[in-house]
Design a protein around this ligand. Sequence first.
Ligand code: SAM
Length: 359
Amino acid sequence: MKAILFMDMDLRKTIDKIKDTRTIAPDELKMLLECTDNADLEYLYGKAREVADGIFHKDVYLRGLIEFTNYCKNDCYYCGIRCSNRKAERYRLSEDEIMKCCDTGAMLGFKTFVLQGGEDPFFNDDKICDIVRKIKEKYPKHAVTLSIGEKSYESYKRFFDAGADRYLLRHETANEEHYAKLHPSSLSGANRKQCLRNLKEIGYQVGCGIMVGTPFQTVGNIYEDILFMQELQPHMIGIGPFIAHKDTPFKDEPDGSVKDTLVLLALLRLLFPKVLLPATTALGTADATGREKGILAGANVIMPNLSPVNVRGKYLLYDGKICTGEEAAECNECMKRRIGSVGYHVADSRGDHPDMQVV
Ligand code: SAM
């Protein structure tokens, strides 16, 4: 009994140390990911909440997600909209439809629009710039986030000059060998990381991130992800569990663990106190109250869907995706209720990174 108590104290001291020094050693990461004791996990989540609440005062930022195309030229082995998936029913939203999503979002009180899509050559740089400009002309005080994959420095610069504020590009894994097991040889982790560095240099608020529990992922890989994040110093970090899609090469692979995702969310909050950290839709898919649990583990962003209901069921990155049948207004109300249920509230501001406030 004494030995167990001693172990608990050890783990809690480690958590305190990570919080105070904002550093973590490989064996500490392993120990925390292996922890299954609920009281210890609650201790970790509590510390992460303390840090988040000290900076964000229980505010949660909502981002209106517009999934504007599911065409993709890439063939990532994990993704339901990969180009080889002939069963995916493809769609593109018109500029008018995208603007209507923004109108709905603005009416519901969203201050950020996230334009996400596959890497769709139809939406060339001119088209993306036009869309960004139109949104910013109509909604100059709103933030526009792009999440449209790997582009050249020049393209990123053009989107930024057109008014885009933020860019989400998960690096997926910082380890080259692991990257090569998740992607075809036409894609490289080195290029993806370079894209993130370019985005940061241009002046975007930048989000990187990983899926938790992808096939072949090791604790060592996750440690390398943390090292990469420490180098990049992103403004946002998007992590969610890997969830298998039935029409991909990874269809029989086990899903990522909700507990591991929560542990990593909490650790990221301790390591990067000011970072914008979403409780993702994948987390809400893997566990019915996953997003609430994410907030209670230090997350402070939620991305409700603003896409038209008739296309929602087609943007299927993984099986069982939630919120595919609800209108935006319903989704928004449901999110507000869920956030309130755990003692947090939806913020009224744009929700920029604390060091990147726009006046
Ligand atoms: N094309 C853009 C890009 O490459 O960043 C944005 C769209 S991409 C589908 C968005 C993210 O979905 C990816 O970065 C990946 O982490 C996540 N994703 C894809 N398939 C997934 C799966 N099976 N389970 C969980 N997340 C997945």
